[in-house]
Design a protein around this ligand. Structure first.
Ligand code: HEM
Length: 90
């Protein structure tokens, strides 16, 4: 059986910055994670982590610490897959 991943578009992701009472989500290599439960444990601090909130942070993450195994650390925080905006909505 396959896991029914939520398909997250960039416009959905953009609304998940950790502000307005909503959780912070982060796109990393085609997956989207809810980083809110992890935030207080981030060694670089919450503001630094939130630089990558609400967006595809793959490049930023790779610039800061490419050795960090976020996929294992955030496995319980997986929201879904980052997909393209539907045709005609961009
Ligand atoms: C450390 C920034 C996302 C895990 C750090 C540090 C910075 C930073 C500046 C260095 C702190 C220090 O040494 O004083 C960022 C930014 C992120 C991000 C800008 C957004 C893309 C994440 C995520 C995870 C993570 C998503 C894991 C789920 C860690 C770990 C360290 C660290 C484990 C310690 C690494 C080490 O010392 O080797 N981060 N971080 N970070 N961050 Fe992030």
């Amino acid at each position: 059986s396959s896991t029914p991943y939520l398909r997250v578009t960039p416009s959905m992701l953009k609304n998940q910055t950790g502000r307005k009472g909503k959780d912070a989500w982060m796109g990393l290599n085609g997956k989207v994670y809810n980083i809110t439960p992890y935030a207080e444990f981030h060694p670089g601090g919450i503001p630094e982590l939130l630089r990558g909130a609400g967006k595809d942070a793959t490049k930023l993450f790779g610039e800061v610490h490419p050795w960090v195994n976020y996929d294992t650390m955030l496995s319980a925080c997986l929201v879904g897959l980052l997909v393209d905006e539907p045709e005609g909505t961009e």
